[in-house]
Ligand binder design. Structure first.
Ligand SMILES: [Zn+2]
Length: 225
């Protein structure tokens, strides 16, 4: 079993530093508030990751509180409990040698769409180019519980997949490094927001022509689902 003596200390400090920076970026963009969401990155040994602990806000990540775990989910270094989503992080790393970082957020526009429990048709040329035209939506675990490794890992076995929506929960972005994974969750959130705006503006001609007839603005919202 791997121990903390197998970890390159300089590499650990550098990966922690990058996680702290990406976590703050997520928080400042309001992709993640409160203490939810989680992110992780592989260490250079490749069989261990740095991950946010459970119950800690993105803004509060520091060199002292991030944890190190192996890909079986065993804690190698750090106090407290690793993120409760450690299982799906490990599952994705085991499945995908090309993935070195994972960012999971509860971003509101994407969550709004995810309630449809349908694949998301990307709404901008940039998101189609980077995420593909359809982003899968992963259903809840049995009993309406949050998605775990059993739900997430098989979907990310597709080695082309960079992003997924989690029904009533959030999004996952993966990449060759942390900033790539971060860009993915930002782009997906932006595309969901743009899709909502497009669906609303689609009704604008109706709004403009019927305003004289005392049509209420709320009558012009598209019916989703
Ligand atoms: Zn979550």
């Amino acid at each position: 079993m791997m121990t903390k003596h197998d970890i390159d200390h300089d590499n650990l400090v550098s990966v922690r530093k990058e996680i702290i920076s990406i976590a703050r970026r997520c928080f400042s963009l309001k992709l993640q508030t409160n203490s939810g969401g989680n992110l992780s990155a592989r260490l250079s040994c490749r069989d261990a990751i740095v991950i946010k602990p459970s119950g800690l806000g993105y803004f509060e990540c520091s060199q002292d509180n991030l944890m190190v775990c192996d890909l079986e989910g065993q804690v190698i270094e750090g106090r407290g409990k690793p993120s409760k989503d450690l299982g799906f992080h490990c599952g994705i790393y085991q499945e995908r040698a090309d993935v070195n970082a994972i960012v999971h957020v509860h971003s509101p526009w994407a969550i709004g769409y995810s309630h449809l429990n349908l694949p998301f048709q990307c709404a901008t040329v940039q998101s189609v180019g980077k995420l593909g035209s359809l982003v899968p939506c992963i259903d809840l675990a049995p009993g309406g519980k949050p998605q775990g490794e059993a739900e997430v890992r098989p979907v990310f076995a597709n080695n082309q997949l960079k992003a997924a929506l989690l029904r009533a929960h959030g999004t996952i972005g993966v990449g060759k490094d942390l900033i790539s994974a971060q860009y993915i969750v930002e782009l997906l959130e932006e595309s969901c927001h743009a899709a909502f705006a497009a669906s609303w503006f689609h009704n604008l001609p109706k709004l403009m022509s019927e305003t004289q007839g005392h049509t209420e603005i709320r009558d012009c919202f598209p019916r989703l689902g």
